[in-house]
Design a protein. Structure first.
Length: 381
């Protein structure tokens, strides 16, 4: 029987004693999405999510193969990359998967050592350690494949003073809508195929020295129609968390199956970004056109019994569709966007933690029912 929150029994510190130190990670460096039209996607993320222009690489900088727009908001950096010719491998990736996350870049002290340590433990190489230089210094990057065609890039930038990476120029724009309060990436969730979750849990444990500190089985994440199983992997300092989902048998097709069918394989299902004021953030995002999953009004009838006293106005949370949950450490707020592209694949979670370390188990039922309602509208349930 899977245990929902192992850290309740042992304490996070005790769990993380098992995490190995051969791969110290300092944080998330950037997330790169392959998209069909990066110029237009950048406008969308600026307008709706409050990102700011940061850096650019393309024809004007001497890059003939692709164009990349880098957007920033507080500690978050998103790279939107599009191919410039029909024979590009990026184009092939887009034909198969549609817009989605290709690279989850991790900030490290030593990219060469990170590559060597993971490859010798079984990682498939994506990019050998490469030194990239310009007048601002040098960056060392290396990369390995994780589930599907997704990549973990190791980025060593201690000897670099430039804006983003060598080859990029500062992107100046007269159009920079105000931020919506997004602070950093809390976690990123991967969907894998039938029976593959434990394989990838083992991969993260053995290849990257992560530990599994939260587990949910198909008795905990289920409705009348569908179910999934999930395990949360974390590195030793707890800065990087990667939940891994796989489908479970049900009467109808689960959200994980829908994702796998449209993405044509495993990939990153959603990016969870943190805010310090979720009411402000969601109010802004709704006003800018972002659509969120609908939470049934009756969900809020039991919030006080489940969660207890909270500082925030429950009526305002209900108005915005923000869910609440509590664990032994505190409580949290979370809400999920609808997919941000036409294929029902990648979406975003907005989360605010008020001490809670968990992932909203008390919201799973309402969340699943909301997703199933969207699937039914799409004809994919």
């Amino acid at each position: 029987m899977a245990t929902e929150i192992k850290n309740v029994e042992y304490g996070l510190e005790k769990i993380f004693e098992g995490a190995q130190d051969f791969l110290p990670l300092l944080g998330t460096d950037y997330v790169e999405l392959y998209v069909g039209n990066a110029k237009q996607a950048a406008h969308f993320y600026k307008t709706a999510f409050g990102f700011q222009s940061y850096a650019y690489k393309g024809l004007e900088t001497g890059c003939k193969d692709y164009a990349s727009y880098v957007l920033a908001q507080d500690k978050i950096r998103i790279v939107l990359t599009t191919p410039l010719n029909s024979t590009s491998p990026i184009n092939q990736h887009l034909t198969k998967h549609g817009d989605g996350v290709k690279i989850i870049a991790l900030w490290v002290e030593d990219a060469k050592k990170s590559f060597e340590e993971t490859v010798k433990r079984g990682a498939k190489p994506f990019m050998e350690p490469t030194v990239e230089k310009d007048e601002h210094g040098e960056v060392v990057r290396s990369g390995i494949y994780t589930y599907g065609e997704t990549v973990h890039m190791f980025v060593e930038r201690k000897n670099y003073k430039g804006t983003f990476l060598p080859g990029y120029q500062t992107w100046k724009s007269d159009y920079n809508p105000t931020p919506v309060g997004l602070k950093f990436i809390d976690h990123m969730v991967g969907n894998v195929g039938w029976g593959e979750m434990n394989q990838w849990v083992k991969w993260y444990e053995e290849v990257m020295g992560f530990v599994n500190f939260l587990s949910f089985d198909d008795k905990q994440i289920t409705t009348e129609y569908s179910a999934l199983m999930s395990k949360v992997m974390s590195n030793g300092n707890g800065r990087i968390k990667f939940p891994i989902n796989e489908p479970a048998p049900g009467k109808k097709k689960s959200q994980i199956e829908e994702y796998l069918n449209f993405y044509k394989g495993p990939g990153c299902q959603h990016i969870a970004v943190a805010t310090n004021d979720i009411v402000f953030t969601i109010s802004e995002m709704r006003a800018r056109g972002i659509e969120f999953l609908h939470v049934p009004g009756e969900y809020y009838d039991t919030v006080k019994q489940r969660v207890g006293i909270i500082e925030e106005d429950l009526n305002k949370l209900k108005e915005l569709g923000i869910m609440v949950d509590r664990d032994e450490e505190g409580y949290l707020f979370q809400i999920f966007t609808k997919p941000v592209e036409d294929r029902p694949t990648l979406f975003f979670e907005i989360i605010q933690r008020k001490g809670a370390k968990s992932f909203g188990k008390g919201n799973f039922q309402a969340l699943f029912e909301s997703i199933e309602a969207e699937q039914a509208r799409r004809g994919t349930l």
